[in-house]
Write a protein that binds this ligand. Structure first.
Ligand code: NAP
Length: 306
């Protein structure tokens, strides 16, 4: 693979930025990777492990001369970072982000992007419950989707380069409108996370089942919920605060379905339950056939990033 950007600046050095650094290096997609993070501690760890070619102390410094700038901080921090870097961006550069919500990020970031700089928001549909500068790995984006949300009249050349970067890191790229993105992700990611947080919270509250029992007898269903519910609290707080409408819409539908199933259980309507579970089983098969998960008993999760 050949170099796509001369200099890439990563703002934030956690799971996603770290994985990008590893993946870009592996495929030689950037001549130089410059990184920065909010805390001196993260910057120092990143230097120690050689995550980037250079780690600098501020976002304003990191973006100087960069051809691509990737905002990889929590959604609630995107606006302030954009304000800081705006005056220092190189004309002709591309600014992108990896935030899990798109409309709110566009509203926070776009006003700070000067004329002559391309802003192409993005979201890789890949992650783990781990965070921090040591959590990234090169294969995180392999065979995963990366959704790009180009505003109208986006420069086709800038778009093609960003697409090539994600493809070079192993992802499949698709373009999507911001509001549609937020609704799709509310169904596939945001509402399921909230349900997992709730289920683990319920188990924690249930005094008749001791902590020891919850851990010792944790069956696959609950175990998967606990993995999801171990996700970063800052990131997920920001996701729900910034994708409020779509998440509430999906949770409303979820609650209706839950009541219907509750009623079927109460009235002994086995046919309803059986038909419902048959329909949902087909969706699981579809996900495996699409290569987005594996049917190994542990869902392949013993490997990082699965
Ligand atoms: P992470 O591992 O927690 O890393 C976040 C980075 O942002 C850290 O370097 C942190 O610096 C920095 N940061 C935190 N608060 C900041 C602030 N107020 N101002 C400036 N920098 C700040 O997070 P991540 O999982 O890589 O997530 C980053 C972005 O990717 C989020 O927007 C998230 O929505 C998106 N995303 C995450 C996943 C996932 O599964 N994790 C998947 C797809 C997309 P310090 O370490 O110095 O605090």
């Amino acid at each position: 693979m050949s170099v796509i950007y001369n200099r890439v600046a990563l703002i934030g050095l956690g799971l996603i930025a770290g994985s990008m650094a590893h993946a870009m290096r592996r495929a030689n997609l950037a001549a130089e990777i410059v990184g920065t993070a909010r805390s001196a501690e993260t910057r120092s760890v990143a230097r120690e492990i050689g995550l980037c070619d250079r780690v600098v102390d501020s976002a304003a410094e990191a973006v100087q001369g960069a051809d691509l700038v990737v905002l990889a901080v929590p959604i609630g921090a995107m606006g302030a970072v954009a304000e800081e870097i705006g005056p220092h961006l190189k004309p002709g550069a591309t600014v992108s982000d990896v935030g899990s919500v798109k409309r709110a990020v566009i509203e926070a970031v776009a006003p700070h992007i000067p004329q002559g700089v391309h802003f192409i928001p993005g979201h890789p549909l890949a992650g783990t419950e781990h965070s921090g500068p040591k959590s990234g790995f090169a294969s995180l984006f392999e065979n995963r989707w990366c959704l790009l949300v180009p505003p109208e009249n986006t420069d086709p050349e800038a778009m093609a380069r960003l697409r090539a970067l994600w493809e070079g890191m192993g992802a499949h790229v698709e373009e999507m409108d911001a509001d549609h993105h937020d609704l799709v992700l509310a169904v596939t990611s945001h509402a399921p996370h909230l349900i997992a947080y709730t289920m683990v919270g319920v188990a924690d509250d249930l005094r008749r089942v001791t902590d020891g029992e919850v851990i010792k007898y944790s069956a696959a269903g609950f175990r998967d919920f606990t993995r999801i519910a171990a996700s970063d609290p800052t990131m997920w707080r920001d996701v729900f605060l910034s994708n409020k409408d779509a998440t509430l819409e999906i949770l409303g539908r979820f609650t209706e379905e839950l009541f219907a199933l509750q009623r079927a259980i109460r009235t002994g309507d086995g046919a309803h339950l059986f038909d419902y579970f048959t329909r949902t089983r087909a969706i699981r098969r579809g996900i495996i056939e699409a290569g987005q998960d594996t049917d190994a008993p542990d869902f392949g999760r013993s490997k990082p990033g699965s």
